[in-house]
Every structure is written in structure tokens, then in C-alpha cells.
Design a protein around this ligand. Structure first.
Ligand code: FAD
Ligand code: NAI
Length: 468
């Protein structure tokens, strides 16, 4: 396909969106390059996001189970368990190195050129990297996102006091008190890590509830669970300033709707109020591509921008900022570029919060269904009545299924459970096939497994659960 271009496809950004697009394009026989400015491939997700955060969540959970005495009821006494934070951080780094190295291997295997450096447009068909300019018939923007700053609050990860998510994955010592600004996914996941390792954690959330965008029941019940675990959650509260003196920070807060200010002393402050698209330095204007008022690049169903031959995927485009969304878009955009039909069902992108218990969601929330005016039924089943969860002493949470009252088609499902992230895949697939709650209810589920709670919740939509 190359005509007179250096490449058929040039991808800017080597995160889950960009590296997957590059691999798929190469698999389809297109001459492909990927520009990435980091030292390693894998983007936010592999370097400073999904992977290191999950490594720390897993390790901190193991430590907490061993240290808190939670295992004694199973006859396992681990008194005297000690934390070696340096080793925990080293093991996390090892996992990151293995996985980012794996992408470099896949690039070599698929003969993809990794152009190391910052890419900026010269025109809609050319990108400058360092002092060289490369031309390409198709350019895919997959530059991702970075932390939204909070005006008046200066983040300095190197000092380990006021940090963003990247800094919170590298604290050299467990803080006595961590204040998390933002009760969203990052705040709750990384807050969980440091709370399990011994910190007192206060979450300051501007809205009336944590986890915006999730189902109302889930937001309310997860807040109750997190408070029971020891989180101090201050909703309807805003941070008006943070001052740092040496290794300590004073965080000034006040009610979001106005009222008396209060100061909280902390040894670590995590700013986690969202992420914004990476467009700085891209010289987008030279390509002719424009952004919307949120700085995102809008695309059509084929991920093409308003400029022919320039595409965009992942966090830099509208929609949930999730690695699996970016990866699926990476496959689809490469298939479109190769003249095939790429497919991503943006109505069915699962979301998982990897706390303990996990929180998972697919499809519509009850609030969205209500607003759409569709008549609906809800079936809920608590893990307290699931035999495997009961046996494992792991009964926190439930499965909630929302179905159309007339057609019985499943519209959404929301799960709180230690295994929610894995369980949600089953409902996602069922929904892709247009399943009704009856289809799920009459599917045989292995016993004893947590998945039986999904079957029972589906039975509950029909009004006749067996075990409650
Ligand atoms: P990115 O991963 O951000 O990759 C973009 C890449 O482009 C970067 O490496 C950047 O260096 C590079 N780049 C940018 N501009 C240029 C340029 N001009 N030239 C060259 N290179 C450039 N999502 C999940 O689904 N599950 C999770 O568990 C999860 N956990 C997370 C935990 C944390 C702490 C964070 C911060 C995020 C997490 N996410 C998670 C979100 C996930 O990381 C992102 O949605 C995902 O990485 C987006 O992929 P992307 O390819 O669009 O962008
Ligand atoms: P978020 O959007 O999930 O949460 C930010 C929270 O901060 C919101 O609750 C918001 O109301 C609150 N907030 C905003 N301004 C505030 C202020 N001034 N004071 C107090 N609270 C304020 O964003 P977060 O947690 O930073 O994560 C960014 C993105 O990364 C998310 O979109 C998420 O999709 C992705 N991510 C995904 C993970 C996963 O899939 N498990 C894990 C971590 C991140």
C-alpha cells in the first residue's frame, strides 16, 4: 500500500491503544511504525497505570490478610508478619519491566519500527520525530491522557508529599495519614493500597457520593463497605488549598456548597480528580485536526477524524478512559485502515474498580434506564446467600441485574464481589448476544462458584430466586 510514503500506518503513542493498533496493522500486512516518547512501550497502562497499580493492590492485599489476623479463623497464624515495602515495590517494577519488554518483543516479531521520541505533525501525512520527518498514508493518534491538575495544588512526585497516581505507586514509606483528593477509581484503588499497608486514609470527594457514573446502589453500598474498612470519606467537600512544610502537608477543606473551612494534616496527598487528553506538543493544527471543548479528538464510527487518513483512538477520544476500550479500538482502527470492518460496541464496555471487594459494571445503570423511560425489572442476589462465598468467608456484596420489563432483555448489571471483575465478563458476553434474564437463569452454572449469584440474580428478575 505504501505508494510514496515511508509507512502505510504511523501510530503516535505506544500505549494499549497505539501498540495494539500497530500490531494489528502489521499482522494485516501494512508497513507500520509507532512513535513513543517513553523509554518503554505500553503507555500509561503498563508503565504507571493498570499494571503497577494491580501489582500493588495484589501485594498489599496479601500483606493485609497475613498481617491483620484475618487468616487465623482458617487455622493460619502468621503473627509477626513484617512489611518489606522496598521488596514489594521491586516486585511491582519487575512485573512492569516484564510486560513492557514483552511489547518491545512483539514489535520486533511483527517488524514494527519503534520511532523513539516525541512525535509532532508536520502535515496530515507527515510526523516529525527528533530531527527526522516520516510520511505515512494513515496516521493514528493514540497519545492517551495524563493527570488533571488541581489549580493551586502543586504536585511533586520526587518529594513524595503531594503526588499524583504515578507518585503514589512509588512512595518509599507508608504514610501515617494520606489524604486522597477525589473519590473516583484511582483514589479508591491507591487509597486501598496504602490503607492496607497501615496508613489512615481520608478521601475528599467534591460530589455527594463517590464513584460518579456508577449505579446508584453500588455507589451507596460501596461507600458503606469502604467506611467499614476504615476509609474516612468526606463527600460534598472541596479542597481549597494544600501547603507543604518539609515532609508534611496541610490540606484545607470546606463544604462544597459553602461553610466553615477545616484543615487536615497529612504526610501524603494524592491528587486523583480525573485525567485529560494528551494533545500538547502534537502540533495538531498542522494536521488540520481539531479538538472539542474538552480537548478530546472526535472521530466517526471508523475512528477517522474530520481529516481523511488521520485517525484517533483511546483516552485522547471521548468515552471511558480504559485500557480495554483503547485496545479494542486499536484492533478496529487497524482493520478499518486495511479496508476491513472494525467492530467495537461502545454500549458494552465493562468497568472494574479493583478494590476489595471489586466493583464491576456493564451496560446501563438503573438511573440511566429510569431516565430513558423504559419499564424495567431488577433482580438482586447477595453473596451472603451464595454457598461458595459463604464457605470462603467472603460474603460482601451482591449481583444486580436490570432487565427490560417487556422483552426481558438484560440492560445492565452491577456487581460488588471479590471476583466482580472476572464475573462481569459472563454478563458482558450474554448482553453481546442479546440475552434475556431468563437465558441467564436457565444456563447451568457450576456449583459451588460465585458465578451462581449471577444465575440467582437473573432468577430474581423473574421473581423466584432459590436461595433467598
Ligand atoms: P496511554 O496508555 O496514555 O498511552 C499513550 C502513550 O502515548 C504514552 O506512552 C505517551 O508517552 C505517548 N505519547 C503521548 N504523546 C506523544 C507524542 N506526541 N509522541 C510520542 N509519544 C507520545 N484502565 C483499565 O482499563 N484498567 C485498569 O486497571 C486501569 N488502571 C489504571 C490505573 C492508573 C493509576 C491509571 C493512571 C490509569 C489506569 N487505567 C486503567 C487507565 C488506562 O491506563 C488508560 O485508559 C489507557 O492506558 C489508555 O490507553 P491509550 O493507549 O489511549 O493511552
Ligand atoms: P475519576 O473520574 O474516576 O474520579 C475523580 C473523582 O474526583 C470524581 O469522583 C470527581 O467528582 C472528583 N473530583 C473532581 N474534582 C474534585 C475536586 N476539586 N475536589 C474533590 N474531588 C474532585 O478519575 P481518577 O480516579 O483520577 O481516574 C482517572 C481515569 O483513569 C478514570 O477515568 C478511570 O477510568 C481510569 N482508571 C481506571 C481504573 C480501572 O479501570 N480500574 C483504575 C484507575 C484509573
Amino acid at each position: 500500500m505504501t505508494d510514496n510514503f515511508d509507512y502505510d500506518v504511523l501510530v503516535i503513542g505506544g500505549g494499549p491503544g497505539g501498540y495494539v493498533a500497530a500490531i494489528r496493522a502489521a499482522q494485516l500486512g501494512l508497513k507500520t511504525a509507532c512513535v513513543e516518547s517513553r523509554e518503554t512501550l505500553g503507555g500509561t497502562c503498563l508503565n504507571v497505570g493498570c499494571i503497577p497499580s494491580k501489582a500493588m493492590l495484589h501485594a498489599s492485599e496479601l500483606y493485609h490478610e497475613a498481617h491483620s489476623g484475618a487468616l487465623e479463623k482458617f487455622g493460619i497464624n502468621l503473627s509477626g508478619t513484617k512489611l518489606d515495602l522496598k521488596q514489594m515495590l521491586a516486585e511491582k517494577t519487575k512485573a512492569v519491566d516484564e510486560l513492557t519488554g514483552g511489547i518491545a518483543f512483539l514489535f520486533k516479531k511483527n517488524k514494527i519500527d519503534w520511532l523513539k521520541g516525541l512525535g509532532s505533525f508536520e502535515s496530515a501525512n507527515s510526523v516529525k520525530v527528533g530531527d527526522k520527518t516520516y510520511t505515512a498514508k494513515n496516521i493514528i493518534i493514540a497519545t492517551g491522557s495524563s493527570v488533571t491538575p488541581l489549580p493551586g495544588v502543586e504536585i511533586d512526585n520526587s518529594k513524595h508529599v503531594v503526588v499524583d497516581s504515578t507518585g503514589a505507586l512509588e512512595l518509599p514509606k507508608v504514610p501515617n495519614h494520606m489524604v486522597v483528593i477525589g473519590g473516583g477509581v484511582i483514589g479508591l484503588e491507591l487509597g486501598s493500597v496504602w490503607m492496607r499497608l497501615g496508613a489512615k486514609v481520608t478521601v475528599v470527594e467534591y460530589l455527594d457520593q463517590i464513584l460518579p457514573g456508577m449505579d446508584g446502589d453500588i455507589r451507596k453500598d460501596s461507600a458503606r463497605i469502604f467506611k467499614k474498612q476504615g476509609f474516612d470519606i468526606k463527600t460534598g467537600t472541596k479542597v481549597t488549598g494544600v501547603t507543604v512544610k518539609g515532609k508534611k502537608a496541610s490540606v484545607t477543606i470546606e463544604p462544597a456548597k459553602g461553610g466553615d473551612a477545616e484543615t487536615i494534616e497529612a504526610d501524603a496527598v494524592l491528587v486523583a480528580i480525573g485525567r485529560r487528553p494528551n494533545i500538547d506538543g502534537l502540533a495538531l493544527e498542522k494536521s488540520g485536526v481539531e479538538t472539542n471543548d474538552r480537548g478530546q479528538i472526535e472521530v466517526g464510527h471508523d475512528f477517522q477524524t474530520a481529516v481523511k487518513g488521520v485517525y484517533a483512538i483511546g483516552d485522547v477520544t471521548p468515552g471511558p478512559m480504559l485500557a480495554h476500550k483503547a485496545m479494542d479500538e486499536g484492533v478496529a482502527v487497524a482493520e478499518f485502515v486495511a479496508g476491513q470492518q472494525g467492530i467495537v460496541n461502545h454500549d458494552l464496555i465493562p468497568g472494574v474498580v479493583y478494590t476489595h471487594p471489586e466493583i464491576a459494571s456493564i451496560g446501563k445503570t438503573e438511573e440511566q434506564v429510569k431516565e430513558s423511560g423504559v419499564e424495567y425489572k431488577v433482580g438482586k442476589f447477595p453473596f451472603l446467600a451464595n454457598s461458595r462465598a459463604k464457605t470462603n468467608r467472603d460474603t460482601e456484596g451482591y449481583v444486580k441485574i436490570i432487565a427490560d420489563a417487556k422483552t426481558d432483555r438484560v440492560l445492565g448489571a452491577h456487581i460488588i464481589s471479590s471476583l466482580a471483575g472476572t464475573l462481569v465478563a459472563q454478563i458482558t458476553q450474554a448482553m453481546e448476544f442479546g440475552a434475556t434474564s431468563e437465558d441467564i437463569a436457565y444456563t447451568c452454572h457450576a456449583h459451588p462458584t460465585h458465578s451462581e449469584a449471577i444465575k440467582e440474580a437473573a432468577i430474581a428478575v423473574l421473581g423466584k430466586p432459590i436461595h433467598t
